[in-house]
Design a protein around this ligand. Structure first.
Ligand SMILES: *[C@@H]1O[C@H](CO)[C@@H](O)[C@H](O)[C@H]1NC(C)=O
Ligand SMILES: *[C@@H]1O[C@H](CO)[C@@H](O)[C@H](O)[C@H]1NC(C)=O
Ligand SMILES: *[C@@H]1O[C@H](CO)[C@@H](O)[C@H](O)[C@H]1NC(C)=O
Ligand SMILES: CC(=O)N[C@H]1CO[C@H](CO)[C@@H](O)[C@@H]1O
Length: 242
């Protein structure tokens, strides 16, 4: 910030005020607004909300929020943040993921075990720094999520365990995920065969596919070619060693 006004002028005072505001402001306004919208959607769903959210202007000091260089949100730990109507069976919290497009520096998003209905995965497409995404224990209503996320080459860990995913895994969905280390897809309704493209991912170390309706064999693995992979064929958990 540059302030070249003679001391004593009104402009100088304004400049100091602006500086103080800048220091006190902390996290970006856009991000604070997005967090307050998440808070509102929790309130609408009759849930408890994180107590510190909205207490101060700087959302970097709010619980469940991590900031990178104290100005931009880099991590959101929203696991089990939705707390109500656990016994009703169906999802109660409808969350439009477009809300997360405000967090341009986001590296980690953990929304696990909220029993939420998660919609509109296109909202995640712009998060080019996202490395860790955990949506396990929610319902992913659209099946195109893997196609949408396939564009996010930054992703290292994807956890979609128990998310009601169904249908076949598309071969093309995984081609760009060159940094993917862990893929958790267990406890879903996936059917069809396992796409060969999964085994071409250069960094993949852990693949969890158990408790699905998948058929066929694992390319390059059982019953032949087991030299390259340490695996447990019966429960479809693979630890790939290279
Ligand atoms: C801090 O975040 C800003 C905003 O995205 C970014 O431009 C800057 O490079 C970051 N600084 C460091 C040291 O990471
Ligand atoms: C999600 O929110 C975006 C932006 O507010 C809106 O355009 C979109 O229609 C919403 N999607 C759903 C499924 O509600
Ligand atoms: C796979 O699941 C989808 C969606 O549930 C279903 O429409 C399709 O018939 C199933 N295919 C097979 C081969 O079971
Ligand atoms: C905690 C965290 O996310 N730190 C990152 C902040 O940004 C710098 C530069 O982009 C990274 O090197 C850190 O890993």
């Amino acid at each position: 910030m540059s302030c070249y006004f003679p001391p004593g002028t009104m402009l100088w005072v304004l400049c100091v005020l602006q500086f103080m505001f800048h220091m006190a402001g902390g996290c970006a306004i856009e991000e604070r607004i997005a967090l307050m919208r998440i808070r509102s959607s929790l309130v609408e769903a009759n849930s408890e909300v994180p107590a510190s959210w909205g207490r101060s202007d700087d959302c970097c000091f709010w619980e469940r929020v991590r900031c990178n260089n104290s100005t931009r949100v880099s991590g959101l730990n929203l696991d089990s943040v939705y707390q109500t109507c656990v016994l009703t069976g169906g999802p109660c919290w409808n969350l439009n993921l477009t809300i997360f497009s405000s967090f341009h520096e986001l590296q980690k998003l953990d929304l696990s075990w909220n029993s939420a209905l998660l919609q509109n995965f296109d909202g995640l497409e712009g998060l080019t720094k996202l490395r860790y995404l955990d949506l396990s224990g929610n319902s992913l209503v659209e099946n195109n999520i893997l196609e949408s996320l396939g564009k996010l080459a930054s992703l290292e860990v994807i956890n979609f365990k128990a998310t009601s995913l169904n249908g076949a895994l598309q071969n093309i969905a995984f081609r760009n995920l060159k940094n993917l280390r862990e893929l958790h897809l267990g406890s879903n309704w996936l059917n069809g065969s396992i796409p060969a493209s999964l085994f071409e991912l250069p960094r993949l170390q852990y693949l969890h596919l158990s408790e699905n309706l998948l058929q066929g064999h694992i390319p390059g693995a059982c019953p032949t070619g087991c030299l390259q992979m340490k695996h447990l064929c019966s429960i479809w958990v693979l630890h790939i060693t290279r």
